[in-house]
Design a protein. Structure first.
Length: 98
């Protein structure tokens, strides 16, 4: 498999899902960023700063893809996808219950 095929779930859940729902939830005013580091970044540079952070993470993920054996790569990509799913659901539920 190629890197792009391997990361389709990561792109859908962690990059797109989490980014879109985070920005939307923060703009409603009923939701706040719980991570103190991200909170400071958002307050300093705005929510758009999430995009370069995600791009930087994708470079890190590519490094893992190139240097880890297949077993650890699969653990990494499925873990990141699952974290993206949880973040997307959490953001969505926060907006729905607001």
């Amino acid at each position: 498999m190629t890197f792009l095929k391997d990361i389709i779930p990561v792109l859908l859940l962690y990059v797109l899902g989490d980014t879109i729902t985070t920005v939307y939830a923060l703009q409603t005013g009923y939701f706040y960023e719980g991570n103190p580091i991200l909170y400071e970044i958002f307050m300093t540079y705005g929510y758009i700063s999430l995009i370069p952070l995600k791009i930087g993470f994708m470079f890190l993920l590519y490094h893992v893809y190139r240097n880890a054996n297949r077993y650890y790569w699969n653990i990494t990509r499925y873990s990141v996808s699952f974290i993206g799913l949880l973040a997307t659901l959490s953001n969505t539920l926060a907006v729905i219950h607001a």
